[in-house]
Design a protein around this ligand. Structure first.
Ligand SMILES: Cc1cc2nc3c(=O)[nH]c(=O)nc-3n(C[C@H](O)[C@H](O)[C@H](O)COP(=O)(O)O)c2cc1C
Length: 208
């Protein structure tokens, strides 16, 4: 598959064949993820590869528990709670995925963000953008595109991070790291059709 075909064929895949994903393929995904650009070249990404069924089940159970807490919270209006309840599947569908990759990142503040924060202490946030998060997202996109190129289906998920604290405990994530996403992976259970791009005029403007 050439680069463009890979990008067209990358879709969120939530159902997988049970066949295992060899560690060599995961290592290739991580290798290509590590080539992503990163703010100040900090390369803040870290990866936890979970094949263990019991641990995946424990993560899913922790997510169910957190979703229950949100849905039953007296602070969440009923209609919003109902909308959130409908997302439960999207936060937990990977219970039978052959493997999940948990994308972690070091809690670092870029020198430029720190300098701006010190210069303008009255501003609540030095900048609306978080370049560490963006760097980790760049690595994540490289990873899922590599998964597509190798014939796997994957899905970038952040919904499960409602249970981030519990998941960090389950996986022994060190205190100096956060979890940014969970990527379940496997051979797609059915053929993936290429995506249709958005129209240029709808999303871009040219300034001459
Ligand atoms: C930052 C981010 C978070 C996402 N979180 C979830 C999630 O928690 N659960 C899920 O099923 N899909 C999740 N998705 C997948 C999106 O729903 C999906 O990318 C979107 O609907 C477009 O479909 P496509 O990926 O097939 O192009 C997420 C995607 C991104 C980029």
């Amino acid at each position: 598959m050439d680069f463009f075909e890979v990008v067209y064929r990358r879709r969120s895949v939530r159902r997988y064949k049970p066949e295992p994903v060899p560690i060599e393929d995961i290592k290739k995904m991580i290798e290509i993820a590590s080539l992503a650009p990163s703010a100040h070249n900090l390369k803040p990404w870290r990866f936890i590869i979970v094949y263990n069924r019991e641990i995946i089940k424990n993560i899913v159970e922790a997510v169910h528990k957190s979703v229950n807490a949100v849905v039953s919270s007296k602070n969440v209006p009923k209609d919003l709670a109902q909308k959130y309840e409908r997302l439960r599947y999207y936060f937990t569908f990977y219970i039978d995925a052959p493997v999940i990759i948990v994308i972690c990142g070091e809690k670092v503040i870029t020198p430029s963000r720190e300098a701006v924060r010190l210069a303008f202490p009255e501003k609540s946030s030095a900048s609306p953008v978080n370049s560490i998060e963006q760097s980790i997202s760049a690595a994540t996109e490289n990873l899922i595109l590599t998964a597509t190129a190798l014939g796997y289906g994957s899905c970038w998920t952040t919904g499960p991070l409602v249970a981030s604290d519990d998941i960090k405990k389950i996986l022994n994530v060190p205190d100096n790291q956060d979890i940014y996403a969970i990527i379940p992976l496997g051979k797609p259970d059915k053929e993936v059709t290429p995506k249709k791009p958005q129209k240029f005029e709808e999303i871009a403007q040219i300034i001459k």
